[in-house]
Write a protein that binds this ligand. Structure first.
Ligand code: HAM
Length: 415
């Protein structure tokens, strides 16, 4: 038997309603803030991610699904959405549209990860990006919207951590101080940290190795190195979050795993599951890096797989799968034809109606209706068709009512 690839999932019909519920709610929330959907290709040129995400990141160095296509072009399945969205922004001349541009997406991403709890190789993200503003107000809106997205799913112990990683100007001074600190003990760090020392020392702070974590304990903190502009920006973000009663924790260790970030970065972390459900931040240099004008931008992405997994754990009773409003069981060709026409008419009133597609006996049909959890059932035979009346049964209470075989009478009970 051919099996699915490691780190991928089948979302089965019995579970897809949970994903739909989350996607619908997120879509509605983001639309309320004025965001519009963007859809971009699953595959892009590898160079986009090398330049956009950064060639010293884990994502680019270790996790990309990269291959040569038949025209010998290096292609990569998108490991994240921001680089592609920015490419689309530049390529489609969106800079000339009224600014800022506010976009959302719900898309699968591909990362060759070590598969474990909450870590997949095909992962779905729901994300949002604002391109075209440097104002701290965009940071506040993004964080407030992310907060609203997560809070509506009734999940316990999710904490918002924020940090500022400054701009290239203040970061330079910080990186020098950091290198001085790490350099004293460099031989004791893991090989990945050693590799990052010259090119991207801040990523060393994100290392999950126990010994590196220990060595990093008294490392200098970026917040003490922010330039005046970055400091004021971060203060304004914090003040506004307080005014909005959004609780946060400052975590100076957040550096984020992708290279494009500047200034505000944030993560919503589940304490019960011990992983990040949503991460994001400002990326003021990315549009220019990818060939556009210097443009302020900020965004986030939520791990939909992670959210669904936790949601499922804590909201079992709260949402319902889609179920048939009415199941019509039939006996004989004539009744089957009448049922098909009646079902089509009823569906045009936006209710879910199912008919027997296996030509089963009435008894077996009603058993099936019970198994699929239909709300009502209707039994049609030659007699019912001739008299234009039939018994409508409430499958939960067992109560039966005689109805005329027209849409109005049936809808008055079923809808
Ligand atoms: P990221 O932190 O790499 O950021 O991913 C965002 C979220 O996607 C994570 O917090 C996590 O919930 C989920 N995620 C990441 N990798 C996996 C995985 N292997 N399995 C399951 N879930 C995963 C980004 O991707 C940025 N593009 C976010 C962003 C948008 N920043 C600015 N705009």
């Amino acid at each position: 038997m051919i099996q699915k690839q490691k780190g991928t999932r089948d979302i089965l019909p019995s579970d897809s309603y949970k994903w739909q519920y989350i996607e619908e709610k997120c879509k509605k929330t983001m639309q309320n803030y004025g965001y519009k959907e963007i859809r971009i290709p699953v595959f892009e040129s590898t160079e986009l991610f090398e330049r956009g995400v950064g060639d010293t990141t884990d994502v680019v160095q270790k996790e990309m699904y990269t291959f040569l296509d038949k025209g010998q072009r290096s292609i990569t399945l998108r490991p994240e959405g921001t680089a592609g969205v920015v490419r689309a922004y530049i390529e489609n001349g969106m800079a000339s549209l009224p600014s800022p541009i506010k976009m959302w997406y719900a898309m699968p991403m591909y990362r060759y990860e070590n598969v474990q709890k909450g870590r997949y190789r095909e992962l779905r993200q729901i994300g949002a990006e604002i391109i075209g503003t440097n104002s701290y107000l965009a940071d506040v809106e993004m964080i407030a919207m992310a907060n609203e997205l997560i809070k509506q799913f009734n999940i316990p112990e999710i904490v918002l951590n924020i940090n500022s990683i400054g701009c290239p100007k203040c970061r330079q001074e910080y990186q020098e101080a950091l290198k001085k600190f790490i350099g004293k003990n460099l031989e004791n760090y893991c090989s990945t940290c050693k590799e990052r020392f010259d090119k991207n020392p801040m990523r060393i702070l994100d290392c999950k190795e126990k010994r590196c974590k220990e060595l990093n304990k008294n490392a200098p903190v970026i917040l003490n190195y922010l330039c005046q502009e970055c400091k004021t920006h971060f203060e304004s973000v914090k003040n506004s979050l307080e005014q909005l009663n959004i609780e946060y924790v400052i975590d100076s260790n957040i550096v984020r795993g992708l290279d494009y970030y500047t200034k505000t970065v944030f993560e919503f972390v589940s304490k019960t599951e011990n992983y990040t459900v949503l991460g994001g931040g400002r990326y003021d240099g990315l549009v220019k890096e990818l060939g556009g004008q210097e443009t302020g931008a900020i965004g986030f992405a939520m791990g939909e797989d992670r959210l669904v997994d936790i949601f499922d754990k804590y909201n079992k009773e709260n949402i319902e799968d889609i179920r048939a409003d009415l199941y019509i069981a039939t006996m004989g060709e004539n009744a089957t034809n009448v049922a098909t026409i009646l079902a089509n008419k009823l569906r045009s009133y936006n209710i879910c109606v199912e008919t027997d597609l296996c030509q089963r006996s009435i008894k077996a049909s009603l058993k099936y209706a019970d198994k699929i959890n239909a709300r009502f059932s209707l039994v049609l035979g030659d007699e019912e068709v001739k008299n234009n009346v039939a018994n409508l049964k409430n499958m939960e209470t067992g109560e039966q009512i005689e109805v005329k075989l027209n849409t109005d009478d049936i809808l008055s009970i079923v809808k």
